[in-house]
Design a protein around this ligand. Structure first.
Ligand SMILES: Cc1cc2nc3c(=O)[nH]c(=O)nc-3n(C[C@H](O)[C@H](O)[C@H](O)COP(=O)(O)OP(=O)(O)OC[C@H]3O[C@@H](n4cnc5c(N)ncnc54)[C@H](O)[C@@H]3O)c2cc1C
Length: 509
């Protein structure tokens, strides 16, 4: 099947980790695919607002898709990250019991994990807990050496870039408004950027997948936003823990409890909370929850102090279970029984990041069963990310600066990001140009000062290299202008920081 104008064999709605994994998986076949994403970049839904944990699979009920895909995803994650040049570390996890009664729960979790096919789970005693985590309070733990961490947004970007390289088309700022069925049974998808026609629709719109399903008359799904708020701790206290540290999960809770998560970049996350809310895009953090997170974290890690916190953020779980029920309902990944060729992905909450690749394979299986797709002989599984100057050894750093002096200019002091990396991020293949796109690709503005130092410098680079009027530079897509006025001093530098809007408050996670 050949694409003509706005026709695609498959249109995927949603450029989160799942939509981008599906796009990449489909690009292994000879098929024309488009991804429609309402935001200015991929990964700006739930996929950039989670714990970044590659779960092992012992939390999920045996026999569910969640359990199966989590275990499969965990086992293939390292290889995926190697192919796509995405950071990944298998640091292991402790689920820590604080009281004797909780040890029984650890045994149940271990048994559940063993049934699901999780490798190397063991219950460890107080001495072993202290040996692995000297600063953590607890009497025993379930130790899962297979649990790992990654960068959820770098993975999503990498999946998208690799899919793009293999022929998938990406349309950003393209919100799907309605879908109709044409006489020839193709779909007409109306978006903020015009119409698309397709033979298949994959509804991978995360928290909005129920709304997309309703566009074709499927009313049986409802997704409830359940907010999880986090603290981010400064990198200089990364020594506090070596592993992921979780409490014993509470029966019926919609999350895994307030945990401590070392991030791939050296911070520690504290959270997430677990609160059903009414509005689907309410990513606020709130004072009572912030206090609660600190108090809960101190129960495990008494050394935590409020001065270590550099920022807060929140994510929204796409819950199928209403607040009266809580807990986890299984993923729905199926072709609609009423609308042919319309594939729904509903309730892709945690462990959706871990399971993204197996979920994508399942979607391709569904299409393949009907279409017998032939393989794409030119599929290239590899993709290179932006080289992190800070992570190179001294010799390499010297060579890089010699080769390109832009490596010799540090733009973000907290995260040691060079001008070269900023330029590479701005030239990304997806064409995402907002400051937040640069932030996720480089970590500039993510350190302790949260952009206080580097923001003006990045604006100046954008002005100088891309001839952009600084007043047109956007923080995060549509109308998110940063500057009301801009004036240069005689050294041609950004003058008067005061003229920036109070941006520090605006800069998200
Ligand atoms: C607090 C929290 C912690 C979590 N921690 C983990 C973890 O540690 N490990 C793990 O494995 N999983 C975790 N998860 C789950 C994981 O983050 C999700 O399962 C995963 O990110 C879902 O990806 P997605 O692509 O389905 O959704 P999203 O990333 O939300 O992508 C959906 C996309 O659809 C777009 N969209 C919506 N409507 C439209 C429209 N009309 N037109 C066009 N585009 C549209 C959105 O903008 C969005 O980009 C966590 C989730 C939360 C909330």
């Amino acid at each position: 099947m050949k694409a003509t104008n706005n026709y695609y064999d498959v249109v995927i709605i949603g450029g989160g980790v799942v939509g981008c994994a599906i796009a990449r998986e489909l690009s292994k076949c000879k098929v024309n695919v488009a991804v429609l994403e309402k935001e200015d970049d991929v990964s700006w839904g739930i996929s950039c607002r989670n714990s970044g944990v590659v779960h092992a699979g012992f939390n999920n009920k045996p026999g569910t898709l969640m359990a199966q895909f989590c275990v499969e995803g965990n086992k293939s994650f390292a290889a995926l990250c190697r192919q796509l040049d995405v950071p990944y570390k298998k640091i292991g996890k402790l689920v820590v019991a604080k009281k004797k009664e909780e040890i029984k729960e650890l045994q149940k979790l271990k048994q559940q994990g063993d049934t699901n096919g999780v490798d190397n789970l063991q219950i460890i005693d107080l001495n072993e807990v202290k040996r692995l985590e000297p600063n953590i309070e607890g009497i025993a733990a379930l130790y899962s050496p297979e649990t790992a961490i990654t960068s959820p947004y770098l993975l999503t970007i990498a999946l998208a870039e690799n899919a793009l390289d293999n022929g998938v088309s990406f349309f950003l700022n393209t919100q799907v408004k309605s879908i109709t069925r044409l006489n020839n049974s193709r779909f007409k998808i109306n978006t903020a950027k015009g119409e698309f026609i397709s033979s298949y629709v994959v509804n991978s719109a995360g928290l909005y997948a129920d709304k997309i399903a309703r566009m074709v008359g499927i009313k049986k799904y409802r997704l409830y936003p359940c907010r999880g708020e986090y603290h981010i701790l400064d990198k200089n206290v990364s020594w506090l823990i070596n592993h992921l540290v979780y409490p014993v999960p509470q029966a019926g809770a919609g999350g895994l409890g307030i945990h401590l998560t070392p991030t791939i970049d050296g911070n520690i996350l504290v959270g997430p909370s677990n609160e059903y809310i009414k509005i689907k895009n309410n990513f606020s953090t709130t004072s009572p929850v912030m206090k609660m997170l600190s108090a809960e974290a101190r129960k495990f890690l008494p050394l935590i102090s409020p001065g270590y916190i550099i920022r807060s953020y929140s994510g929204l779980r796409a819950k199928q279970s209403p607040s009266s029920e809580g807990g986890f309902w299984d993923f729905v990944i199926e072709e609609s029984d009423t609308v042919d060729n319309f594939i729904n992905l509903i309730g892709i909450e945690s462990p959706g990041l871990t399971a993204a690749q197996p979920i994508a394979k399942r979607v391709v299986e569904i299409i393949n069963k009907k279409e017998r797709l032939s393989p794409n002989p030119n599929f290239n599984p590899s993709r290179k990310g932006i080289l992190r100057f800070e992570e190179q050894d001294e010799e390499t750093k010297k060579a890089l600066i010699k080769q390109d002096p832009d490596y010799g200019e540090i733009v973000c002091r907290c995260e040691k990001v060079t001008k070269k990396e900023i330029l590479e991020a701005t030239n990304n293949p997806l064409g995402a140009r907002s400051l937040i796109s640069i932030k996720y690709r480089t970590r500039a503005m993510m350190g302790r000062c949260q952009g206080g130092y580097c923001l003006t410098r990045i604006i100046e680079i954008l002005r100088e290299y891309f001839d952009l009027n600084p007043q047109e530079i956007l923080l995060k897509g549509d109308n998110s202008y940063l500057l009301t006025r801009y004036r240069r001093n005689k050294e041609n530098e950004l003058c008067k920081k005061k003229k920036l809007l109070s941006l520090a408050e605006e800069l998200p996670v």
